[in-house]
Write a protein that binds this ligand. Structure first.
Ligand SMILES: [Zn+2]
Ligand SMILES: [Zn+2]
Length: 285
């Protein structure tokens, strides 16, 4: 499917190569300008705001429909995710749904059988779903293409990502632009990418998810619950990724708070925390 398009013809994704390189160079340039406020900007951005925008918004709400939320909230997290540098939400969701369908097999956009660095970031330098003829997006994200705001945001997300930079400048000058923009994005990307690389290689399997996914404790902590990835592949549209008491899942905690205040409804809670080693995806949207 998707893989077949790139199998015969390897094409470099030049814009990803340019932007990802630029952001990493910016992060290295930020190092001499360390101060406490800049460090806190990175920590809050990566460990609190990114889980809200990307894990809860892009991933569990938009891609997997693990709960329902009013449109204003969907648009808020999608826009905030774009500002955080998460990219185009519909492309993100389509690519992610393809990943679940072909996990660690032909067609997986970040097939971990091709090695850690391929799954982690090198796949981003190949042409991706957004470069294809659009048939994958229609097939995997037709529900999202029906939403006019998300379609608009999908085209214009870059402006939102860039809009964060003047905000950092106003708060803390050029050094905070380097830290809040480039350092934060670099750290955030690598944390997110570990979910595609490390948790498809290292850790324990609770469920037979028919792929290489693992529950990895340190990615579980770094990525606010997304590191319990074997659980997630076994139950893709479950709102909780952590299933055992020690599998702390900050993102699920946020969803429960939203449920208490009435923003999240029809939350797909885990129904059988001690389920037998049997994967089912009956909840998949
Ligand atoms: Zn995965
Ligand atoms: Zn997922």
């Amino acid at each position: 499917m998707t893989g077949s398009k790139t199998e015969n013809k390897y094409r470099i994704h030049y814009s990803n190569l340019f932007w990802i390189t630029l952001v990493h160079v910016g992060a290295i340039a930020a190092i001499p300008f360390y101060n406490f406020a800049n460090l806190m900007t990175v920590l809050i951005g990566v460990f609190i705001l990114a889980p809200l925008a990307i894990n809860l918004g892009f991933h569990r709400l938009i891609a997997h429909r693990a709960f329902k939320a009013p449109n204003w909230f969907v648009y808020f997290v999608a826009t905030f995710g774009a500002m955080m540098g998460g990219g185009a939400p519909i492309h993100w969701a389509a690519s992610h749904r393809i990943h679940h369908q072909f996990s660690d097999n032909d067609g997986d956009p970040h097939d971990s059988r091709k090695g850690f660095w391929y799954a982690h970031m090198l796949h981003l330098f190949e042409t991706t779903v957004e470069e294809s003829d659009g048939s994958d997006i229609k097939k995997y994200a037709s529900d999202l293409l029906a939403d006019r705001y998300l379609v608009w945001l999908n085209k214009n997300w870059m402006w939102f990502a860039l809009s964060a930079l003047p905000i950092f400048y106003l708060i803390g000058g050029w050094s905070m632009v380097l830290w809040g923009g480039f350092m934060r994005l670099t750290v955030m990307w690598h944390v997110m990418w570990l979910v595609n690389s490390a948790t498809h290689m290292w850790g324990y399997q609770t469920y037979n998810s028919k792929d290489n996914t693992r529950n990895n404790w340190w990615v579980g902590i770094l990525a606010a619950g997304e590191g319990w990835h074997n659980n997630h592949h076994a139950f893709p549209s479950c709102a909780a990724h952590g299933r055992k008491w020690y599998e702390f899942d900050l993102t699920y905690f946020m969803i429960r708070i939203l449920e208490v205040v009435g923003i999240a409804t029809k939350v797909k809670h885990p129904v059988e925390p001690n389920a037998k080693k049997k994967a089912h995806d009956g909840l998949v949207a």
